[in-house]
Design a protein around this ligand. Structure first.
Ligand code: FES
Length: 112
């Protein structure tokens, strides 16, 4: 990952730089969740969907750990953004819980 300099933002949601990830790896972080706890990387609105693979790549580069030995980030519900009103309903059927993305209307492949 030589194409990144120390100021490159790895986690866009929390504005965590490559250097910050490097620093926590140098003190022993070996899993995405270690990096998350020490930097807040992965705690943004995308819930690590964008940054987790980049962090795994940095861990691999810095430690030599093979990718299969770098655990995926722990996911917590809800997996996708939903309205708080959806959570407060008493419904027990999964189909009533929808993502806000389900409500986006598209026209010619673009959001209306
Ligand atoms: S880019 Fe890291 S949480 Fe979104």
């Amino acid at each position: 990952m030589n194409r990144l300099d120390k100021t490159t933002i790895i986690c866009r949601c929390e504005e965590i730089s490559y250097e910050e990830i490097e620093d926590v790896i140098s003190i022993g972080a070996r899993r995405f969740d270690d990096v998350k706890r020490l930097t807040r990387c992965g705690m943004g609105p995308c819930q690590s969907k964008i940054c987790s693979s980049l962090v795994a790549e940095i861990i691999h580069d810095k430690t030599g750990l093979p990718f299969p030995e770098i655990p995926l980030p722990r996911m917590r519900m809800p997996i996708s953004p939903i309205k708080i009103g959806t959570l407060t309903t008493n419904s027990t059927t999964f189909s009533s819980v929808k993502s806000v993305l389900d409500e986006v209307e598209l026209e010619d492949g673009k959001v209306k």
